[in-house]
Design a binder for this molecule. Structure first.
Ligand SMILES: Nc1nc2c(ncn2[C@@H]2O[C@H](COP(=O)(O)O[C@H]3[C@@H](O)[C@H](n4cnc5c(=O)[nH]c(N)nc54)O[C@@H]3COP(=O)(O)O)[C@@H](O)[C@H]2O)c(=O)[nH]1
Length: 936
């Protein structure tokens, strides 16, 4: 979905901030104005209160001043009327005294709030008084006002501070006038006594407003009068008591006339703004106060009113602001949605355009795919969710023969090979249930003509518009040709082309699997190595075609002897291997089972073979090895079976042998010996010993070269222990070459020695050496290079040479004989020589094997053989040499019976060249009847 950029957000935020700032600024300014106004109002109200209290205090003090002016004037006039020296004593003239008292009484009435008017003499004793209750002899001589007036002749009058009067038991203030005699001396005083009611009277006239107070105190800060008074019960107790200690002092001391202050009243605890005012020339102060609550009430009302007004204005402003912001937001939203709409419109236009293009593409693509589907060599198919065919492309007809329409509605499984059905159903389920894509599954499909075709298919689910799996769709390719090629390759790779049996590779695979199975299931298996006896001879004599026929027949017979699950393989040549499965888990029983099968095979292979119009009898040798959980490699098992087979061959063929470890040990030893032999050749550890050959007259005729191996550890090793192995391994070729060279070199040397030059050198030649194609040229080359006389060289061959290709042997012998080399047939009588061959061989002598000579004196059989050989040789014109002549009796018997050449310990043991040369030079021929001949 397309994202549209936010429109006007920054500007909107800017406007909002501005509006808020304006609003808050307005609120603040308004608050400041109100605060300023309130501050001003507060100052004004405070000032007004101050003015009011000042006016009140001034007014009351003026009243007091006026009152005391009045009393002063009265006292002054009364003092003018009195002659102190004429005043009668109180006790002298009662009438005169009474008149004076009445006079005082009359003047007292002129002062409505005065208590009394009294006259005192110069001693301070009261002489006359306005009231009858006054004590006439009352003494004021210790009072300050008396003392002050008496002391100061210039002081005419004074008003006292309040003081407690013991006579009248109340606080009094007196206004006293000094009296002077004619000479102007102090003669007493006239005084008006005023109680505190006098002051109260003046406050009463002031009419204090609510919360206000009016107080009169004297210069001792004693409370003289106070309004309001009825509100406080304790006020009476405070009358005459100090109330404002120290605060009013600047006034009392005359430093100021007026004093303003705000305090909590010590009288009633109310906070007030006070103005204190001195009463001119009098020891009194008037203090007027107004309660702060009252003074500030209007201000507080204003505060509340203005605060409320502020809140109302702020609230209204907030509403206006919100309305404005709302409008602004709406505007912005509108603007934004307008832009979104524009963008959406553009997007939709583009979508429509793209869709139109996509539809066009789709049409083109559909046409293209339709073309491809219709013309594809592959089959394109669509199945319903339950596997019924909904669509197949026309190639179905080409590849499978059916008309596509004819298969619609059929279930796909009807066309799949039963063996592949499981695979296909699983793939179908994978796609339909899990939505998997499957790749290249291979299966067989039925062709309309009934044969099976190999198909490779890839498939995926088809989905409806909601994405739900609605079917199975795929493409299938005919891979029959590839499968056939693969099969062919497999056959070539894993099967023997002649017998169609598994070859070594397939056998190895199966053997590995079988070994694994045996290991897991704890039973035995067996490997039977089968070698057809003398097959090579048959092949050479009857030709390869017949050989192949025999192999094919043998293969069939072997297969007939085993179970279907067992494997019969051909390794090549005449070697077959049978692998037996699932033999007993008991080794002994498994051995019996394998032996039974081996016997069966041997019996089957023993039957005559029909090869064209010929019949052939053959046998076989079978080597068996078992395998079980012991982990042995396939190679090791094959080696063991092979070894056992050789054992069977060694045991005379046409039999079977079970592998045993001793057999393996000997093979190992053989392998070690082979290694030593090779090293010996390189390191020249070989040497030749020579043994004398004598004639019937005890004349030395020659010597036989006998090979010895000077082994670094084992010492001198005789040829019997290694020549056979050298033959088997082919090492006899280089070894035989060395023997010939050494012997010929020796022969050439002897030719230069008069006492030795008549000697003939007999050299042993093995069959393998002789059969080598280069044997003849090799011998001739040695003769050339050493310069030995061929007429002095005798080659000893064995009967085994005559087992194969006798014609070739004869041919080679003739070639060499043509050069003067003579031949001797060694070990005669032990081999298989047939007379017909013997006749044809260009031989010079035969050697009677020492095994016959050894017992010729005691064993009539051996004696008969020896005689027969001598006779046979005689008929063939061959000389006879007896070997192993150990005693004079042997020699004599042999001589008597026609053998005239001898070799044996009786004449001399084999020894190094020096030894034989010495023996020859000092040769003393043995005599037949004169004691034992020496050993030479
Ligand atoms: N291919 C080759 N074969 C060879 C070569 N050298 C020897 N051989 C063959 O090895 C076999 C054993 O030979 P050796 O151990 O040397 O034995 C020879 C004599 O020592 C032994 N001999 C001789 N006289 C007596 C005797 O009075 N009593 C007795 N017990 N043994 C005796 O006989 C062997 C000679 O045999 P032969 O060659 O058959 O005359 C043997 O078969 C050799 O052929 C070689 O270089 N190449």
């Amino acid at each position: 979905m397309t994202q549209y950029p936010p429109l006007g957000d920054g500007r909107h935020r800017h406007i909002v901030i501005k509006a808020w700032m304006l609003y808050l600024g307005f609120c603040l300014v308004l608050a400041l104005i109100i605060a300023w106004d309130l501050t001003t109002s507060r100052a004004q109200d405070t000032e007004a209160a101050r003015q009011r209290t000042h006016s009140t205090s001034v007014l009351v003090s003026e009243w007091l001043y006026a009152a005391f002016e009045t009393s002063g004037a009265l006292l002054s006039s009364m003092a003018g009327e009195i002659r102190p020296e004429n005043l009668p004593p109180p006790e002298g003239d009662p009438e005169a005294h009474a008149r004076i008292n009445q006079w005082l009484e009359r003047h007292l009435r002129l002062l409505p709030h005065a208590q009394a008017i009294a006259l005192f003499d110069r001693e301070g004793v009261m002489t006359h008084a306005s009231g009858s209750d006054l004590k006439i002899d009352h003494d004021i001589s210790d009072q300050s006002h008396f003392l002050a007036l008496r002391a100061d002749p210039d002081l005419e009058r004074l008003v006292s501070r309040a003081f407690w009067s013991r006579e009248s038991e109340r606080f009094l203030v007196v206004h006293a006038q000094s009296l002077r005699d004619a000479e102007g001396r102090f003669a007493g005083l006239l005084e008006v006594g005023l109680d505190l009611g006098f002051f109260d009277h003046w406050l009463e006239r002031a009419e204090p407003t609510p919360g206000s107070s009016l107080t009169i105190v004297d210069h001792g800060e004693r409370l003289l009068a106070r309004r309001p008074r009825d509100a406080l019960a304790s006020l009476e107790a405070q009358m005459g008591q100090p109330v404002e200690v120290g605060r009013l002092m600047p006034l009392i001391l005359g430093e100021k006339d007026t004093l303003h202050f705000v305090i909590v009243s010590p009288v009633d605890g109310m906070r007030r703004a006070y103005t204190a005012q001195m009463v001119r020339d009098l020891p009194f102060l008037v203090v007027a106060g107004e309660a702060q609550d009252v003074v500030m009430a209007a201000w507080w009302r204003k505060v509340w009113t203005l605060s409320l007004a502020w809140w109302v204005i702020v609230g209204l402003g907030l509403l206006v602001l919100r309305g404005y912001l709302h409008t602004l937001r709406s505007d912005l939203a509108l603007q934004r949605s307008h832009r979104s709409l524009e963008a959406a419109n553009r997007f939709l236009s583009r979508e429509i355009q793209e869709r139109q293009e996509a539809e066009a593409d789709l049409r083109r693509s559909e046409e293209k795919y339709r073309f491809l589907v219709d013309n594809s060599y592959d089959i394109i198919y669509l199945f319903s969710p339950d596997g019924h065919i909904r669509f197949v492309s026309p190639s179905w007809k080409t590849l499978l023969g059916h008309d596509p329409d004819s298969v619609l509605g059929h279930h796909f499984s009807e066309f799949v090979h039963p063996e592949d059905l499981h695979l296909c159903l699983r793939a179908f389920a994978d796609v339909m249930h899990h939505g998997h894509h499957i790749q290249d599954i291979e299966y067989r499909v039925l062709h309309s003509d009934g044969h099976w075709r190999w198909h490779s298919s890839s498939a995926l689910p088809s989905r409806d518009e909601g994405g739900k799996i609605a079917g199975f769709q795929g493409i299938a390719r005919d891979i029959t040709a590839r499968k056939q090629a693969e099969e062919e390759i497999r056959t070539l790779a894993f099967y023997d082309p002649l017998t169609q049996l598994p070859n070594r590779r397939l056998l190895t695979e199966r053997l590995e699997a079988s070994v694994d199975l045996c290991r897991r299931e704890h039973h035995h298996g067996a490997l039977l190595f089968i070698d057809l006896d003398n097959f090579k001879i048959l092949n050479d004599t009857l030709g390869h075609d017949q050989g192949d026929r025999l192999l094919m027949q043998a293969a069939k017979r072997i297969i007939g002897c085993v179970h279907e699950n067992d494997t019969v393989a051909r390794l090549g040549g005449d070697e077959f291997v049978v692998m037996l499965h699932k033999l007993s888990h008991e080794a002994q029983e498994a051995t019996q089972q394998a032996g039974f099968v081996a016997d069966k095979i041997l019996a089957a292979l023993n039957h005559p073979y029909r090869l064209g119009d010929q019949e052939h009898h053959g046998t076989a040798s079978v080597g068996i090895t078992l395998f079980d959980r012991e982990s042995l490699s396939v190679d090791e098992l094959m080696k063991r079976a092979d070894l056992a087979m050789y054992q069977a061959k060694a045991a005379g063929r046409n039999t079977h042998r079970l592998f045993d470890p001793a057999m393996q040990a000997s093979v190992m030893a053989r392998a070690a010996l082979e290694g030593d032999l090779r090293r010996a050749l390189v390191e020249k550890q070989f040497l030749l010993h020579y043994q004398a050959v004598v004639n019937d007259d005890s004349q030395l005729m020659g010597a036989e070269a006998l090979l010895r191996w000077q082994h670094p550890e084992r010492g001198l090793v005789p040829p019997g222990e290694f020549v056979a192995l050298a033959e088997d391994t082919g090492l006899i070729l280089p070894l035989g070459q060395w023997v010939l060279e050494t012997a010929c070199t020796q022969l050439a040397q002897w030719a230069g020695d008069a006492s030795l030059r008549h000697l003939k050198m007999a050299v042993n030649v093995s069959a393998r050496q002789f059969r080598h194609p280069d044997f003849v040229p090799g011998v001739l080359k040695i003769l050339n290079t050493t310069g030995a006389d061929p007429h002095r060289l005798k080659l000893e061959i064995t009967e085994s040479l005559l087992l194969e290709d006798v014609e070739d042997v004869i041919d080679k012998m003739r070639q060499l004989r043509a050069r003067g080399i003579t031949f001797s047939l060694d070990d005669f009588g032990t081999g298989y020589s047939s007379l017909s061959y013997l006749k044809r061989l260009p031989l010079d002598d035969v050697k009677i094997d020492q095994s016959f000579v050894r017992d010729v004196l005691n064993d009539p059989n051996d004696a008969a053989i020896a005689r027969t050989i001598v006779a046979l040789a005689g008929t063939l014109g061959l000389r006879v040499i007896a070997e192993g002549v150990e005693t004079r009796e042997h020699w004599e018997w042999l001589s008597r019976n026609g053998c005239h050449t001898h070799q044996g310990y009786y004449f001399g043991r084999p020894g190094p060249v020096g030894m034989i040369q010495e023996a020859i030079r000092n040769w003393t021929p043995p005599t037949r009847r004169a004691g034992n001949p020496g050993t030479g």
